[in-house]
Design a protein around this ligand. Structure first.
Ligand code: FE2
Length: 245
């Protein structure tokens, strides 16, 4: 199975990159499962229903989120009727939506997609490892599902790597998201799981992790906010990881 995961889409230019490029990439590379991290797609913070639908129309089989899942409040409501939209599994029980989804792939197979938040340098959430363990155990790879992808969304590469080894041999791909900076440590772990610490950002790289430089620099150099953070919307780069299992 060919899996393509697109790293954190930021702002309008990132969304346009997905809608313009993903359909052709799916066709050219014969992708069976396409996943997009969309937690920063709506002007840098959160996701809206039209953007979710735009990704699905471009060929995304699943859209994952992260610590900005609810930055656009409408997501709290529309996630309940957006079966391909997956929020972190380790939110407080009772949070809207689901932390995983079973999707039918483009070649008629079954895949489990899971989203989890790390805890180092992140807002408090429940333990991701126990919940991942339970989810993976409930869907044995190559028995009840043909592929499992875990989007582990957090700051620290150490925590992401721990998630990789924790899942090794039981899932197809553990892909890190959140930092918006692609890492060069992609590899196959000893028991066969593909891993990368961060798939990078899909958006305008002439920015500071997708945000316009000016306000970010102003705050960092003076300590005084003088505006809100806005997504940079220059020429986008599409960034992600592709795996064949
Ligand atoms: Fe994030």
């Amino acid at each position: 199975m060919r899996i393509f995961f697109i790293g954190d889409v930021v702002g309008r230019s990132g969304c346009v990159a997905v809608s313009q490029r993903l359909p052709q990439m799916i066709a050219d590379w014969k992708i069976d499962l396409a996943i997009v991290n969309g937690e920063n797609a709506a002007d840098g913070f959160g996701i809206t229903e039209p953007i979710y639908r735009e990704f699905v129309a471009a060929g995304a089989d699943a859209v994952t989120l992260g610590n900005h899942s609810w930055s656009k409040k409408e997501a709290l409501a529309f996630i309940e009727h957006a079966p391909r939209l997956i929020r972190p599994i380790n939110y407080i029980p009772g949070a809207p939506g689901c932390g995983s989804a079973l999707v039918e792939t483009k070649n008629g197979k079954r895949a489990l997609v899971v989203n989890a938040l790390g805890r180092l340098l992140m807002d408090p959430v429940n333990d991701p490892f126990g919940l991942l363990d339970r989810e993976i155990a409930a869907h044995p790879l190559r028995e009840t599902v043909d592929a499992i992808v875990v989007d582990f969304h957090c700051e620290a590469t150490s925590e992401k790597l721990a998630a990789g080894y924790f899942c090794d041999g039981r899932v197809s791909l553990v892909v890190g998201t959140h930092t918006h900076v692609p890492t060069a440590d992609h590899r196959i772990l000893p028991r066969g799981t593909a891993y990368i610490s961060d798939a990078g950002m899909t958006g305008d790289y002439e920015s500071i992790i997708g945000i316009k430089k000016e306000e970010m620099l102003r705050r960092l150099t003076t300590g005084i906010p003088s505006g809100r953070f806005e997504a940079a919307n220059g020429v986008p780069t599409l960034c992600g990881v592709a795996v064949e299992t």
